[in-house]
Design a protein around this ligand. Structure first.
Ligand SMILES: [Zn+2]
Length: 427
């Protein structure tokens, strides 16, 4: 659909009433006044770039009782996310040409938003990464085991980095050291036990290992979900090719205030102390954190309602990512500039996408939002198949309209495109 849209546009640090002209899914002009036969005026509502979530687990194929690409991508769309990147720990794991092709095919049929697929790096496929790079947006390495994760031995980390460096694509890292986790392994009955068993020492050890093994290499490495003050200190002086991400659950929770339904907050790396949480906010506001990511990792309520030790780790979050951060921005926990850089611009840059910014030549991916309209998060209004959220009751600002490549995808709580609208990107 070719059209013009008029509203309050955020441009060079301030809002201005302006118009955007969209043609063939791209932004072709931004001016004070523009007219067309198809003109949409959103009044005083804000037009912001749509978010990009480089870290989701849509559980498809293999665990589609928890989520699938249609429900996961619908949740993303309602949350103002135009593009998601799916992780390889599905069943089968996405670690070969065949499994990558199969996942791209199923996502192409089901997804409501644009998507990319990450290939897992394991001890077995190290020699085939350049072959896989023509199909994937990047690579994922788990240094410590987590629910359904795949594993790379620490002695293979340098070889893995050298191989992924050749492909020039980004490598995402789950930074918890397996040897350290084994050392602290114990019976867990609570979130405090989980924190002790996955101590900050394990994140710190993994990060030191990553910095050591990445020496001399230049392709992008991204540390997922940084969670501890110790880890933060290790990363303060890092090479420019290493970026760092944080999740809302590490920014909005503190282990000592979570008393009920503890398995529902069990996640890896764990939710830590208020001190760790405040360190992450400090990092965000001092340009030491690069990216917001949800690490959307749903499990069913039934799976979570068991003895703590056996409960799976992971929480859903793709739909609440942008709305929670908009509320935090309204409360002055971060600036809108910082929010848009970390949620839109930097992920687009890392994945080389023509998205993430309202700028001529980029994809027409925006959200329309009214900052005065705060809602309360309730699971029954969310779209993930898992049917619950750790952020139940939190204030949030949801977009009233979401446009992806010039098409209205969400309007008035309705999804307006068909499954399969989403396109494969980032390859
Ligand atoms: Zn993850």
């Amino acid at each position: 659909m070719d059209f013009t849209v008029e509203g309050k546009i955020y441009h060079n640090g301030s809002f201005e009433q302006a118009c955007i002209s969209v043609k063939d899914g791209k932004i072709v002009a931004i001016k004070k006044t523009l007219t067309s036969d198809n003109h949409l005026n959103v009044g005083t509502k804000l037009i912001l770039p749509a978010g990009i979530d480089l870290h989701v687990h849509f559980r498809d194929p293999g665990f589609t009782h928890k989520e699938d690409f249609s429900t996961g991508s619908a949740a993303a769309a309602f949350g103002g996310i135009s593009c998601v990147f799916d992780m390889p720990n599905t069943q089968p794991q996405t670690i070969s040409t065949r499994t990558l092709m199969e996942k791209i095919q199923l996502a192409s049929q089901k997804s409501y938003v644009d998507f990319g697929v990450f290939a897992g790096v394991s001890d077995e496929n190290l020699g085939r990464l350049s072959e896989l790079s023509s199909l994937c947006a990047g690579f994922k390495i788990f240094l410590g085991s987590s629910t359904h994760s795949l594993h790379l031995s620490p002695q293979n980390l340098r070889v893995a980095f050298v191989e992924t460096n050749r492909t020039k694509k980004v490598t995402l890292l789950h930074a918890e050291d397996e040897r350290c986790l084994k050392k602290h392994e114990d019976h867990e009955q609570s979130l405090v036990d989980h924190l002790r068993c996955r101590s900050a020492e394990c994140e710190e050890a993994a990060l030191r290992d990553i910095l050591l093994n990445a020496q001399g290499l230049s392709s992008p490495l991204h540390i997922c979900h940084l969670s501890s003050c110790e880890g933060f200190e290790v990363l303060r002086k890092r090479p420019h090719n290493i970026s760092v991400g944080v999740t809302p659950h590490h920014l909005f929770f503190d282990v000592h205030t979570l008393h009920k339904n503890q398995t529902f907050y069990k996640v890896n790396p764990p939710i830590r102390s208020s001190f760790d949480r405040d360190t992450l906010w400090y990092g965000i506001n001092n340009k030491l954190i690069d990216i917001f990511e949800s690490d959307h990792a749903p499990h069913t309520e039934e799976e979570k309602t068991i003895e703590f030790d056996s409960a799976p780790s992971g929480v859903p979050g793709v739909e609440t990512l942008y709305p929670l951060l908009l509320t935090a921005m309204k409360k002055k926990q971060l600036t809108l500039d910082t929010l848009l850089v970390l949620l839109c611009e930097r992920p687009a840059q890392l994945l080389r996408l023509p998205k993430g910014k309202i700028e001529v030549g980029r994809d027409a991916d925006f959200i329309v939002v009214d900052l005065k309209k705060t809602e309360t998060i309730t699971a029954e209004h969310l779209h993930s198949k898992c049917g619950w959220t750790p952020f139940e009751g939190f204030p949030a600002i949801f977009p009233s309209m979401v446009i992806i490549r010039g098409e209205k995808v969400i309007e008035d709580h309705q999804i307006l495109v068909k499954q399969g609208f989403g396109k494969s990107v980032g390859v």
